[in-house]
Design a protein around this ligand. Structure first.
Ligand SMILES: [Zn+2]
Length: 286
């Protein structure tokens, strides 16, 4: 789901921050479907005393998710942007093999991989919408510049200053990113995420390091794409009826203070904490 944040500053946060702001209908996960109850798969038994556990509604989980960063905007060609891009590429490679990935494995997600990142030609857009994301991924697939794998998660990375817009939500009001899918002409689902490069007025600032903010939001969207890829076009997979997808518990729903909602993983990159049914707590994957 979309990641948004409405109250970013106070260290003693009482207002929940959400990475994905209130959702327009097209992104809102469908309510659990009665027929899916038959396919309910209990997670490894745990106490679930807090009601945080995710249940599988019968949808698909990515058994071999492939993370492909797609950088939009001229910023990524500047010296600073080139360095940030290299850092983020390294993060993507690490994320899919790190201990953080072990959390996803608890939900049946298989070993991840990355595809080479891609830089899209052109200036940095002022705004970027859901339709823009879909159009971009379609365009790049048609051009053959990005993978068209069955489990590729095309992660569109916006440059500093570009405002992400989705329905009535935008990144100047705390939207940090979202993930989704579309069905191509051949009937295959194509997966994508989009993330904002955050600063004080755009996106979500977890800490003062823009690289950390980017990697945290990417981990949120990648984790959700892996555990609930078809949320927009198909059956829900791992989902909590009250709190949403895996990434939404710690951040969107504000169930833990923001300071506990992220941390450094085993490779030293900042990632979001995710709920573990098995362990009954939020884990970073240290
Ligand atoms: Zn989410």
């Amino acid at each position: 789901m979309k990641l948004s944040c409405t109250a970013v500053s106070s260290p003693s946060i009482t207002a929940p921050r959400s990475l994905e702001k209130s959702q327009p209908a097209k992104h809102r996960a469908a309510p659990p479907r009665p027929q899916a109850i038959d396919t309910f798969t209990p997670a490894t038994p745990s106490k679930n005393t807090k009601g945080y556990n995710l249940t599988n509604r019968g949808g698909k989980v990515l058994t071999a998710p492939e993370f492909q960063p797609i950088y939009v905007g001229s910023y990524w060609r500047t010296p600073a942007g080139t360095a940030d891009r290299a850092y983020n590429d390294a993060f993507a490679k690490e994320l899919v093999t790190s201990n953080h990935q072990a959390i996803l494995a608890q939900y049946g997600v298989g070993k991840g991989s990355t595809a080479d990142s891609v830089m899209v030609k052109g200036a940095s857009p002022k705004t970027f919408t859901h339709d823009d994301v879909v159009a971009l991924v379609k365009q790049q697939i048609a051009l053959g510049t990005v993978k068209d794998g069955p489990q590729t998660v095309h992660m569109v990375v916006l440059p500093p200053g570009t405002v992400l817009v989705d329905g009535n939500a935008d990144s100047t009001q705390g939207l940090g990113g979202f993930h989704g899918s579309y069905v191509d002409a051949a009937g295959k689902s194509v997966y994508f995420g989009v993330v904002v490069t955050s600063d004080q007025t755009n996106g979500i600032q977890f800490d003062s390091n823009p690289r950390d903010n980017l990697s945290i939001i990417e981990s949120h969207e990648f984790d959700e794409a892996a555990t609930d890829p078809d949320v927009e076009n198909g059956k829900l997979a791992w989902y909590n009826n009250k709190y949403g997808e895996i990434g939404d518990l710690a951040v969107n729903s504000g169930l833990v203070p923001l300071e506990q909602a992220y941390g450094k993983d085993s490779g030293g990159y900042a990632v979001q904490a995710e709920w573990s049914n098995k362990d009954g707590k939020f884990l970073i994957g240290k």
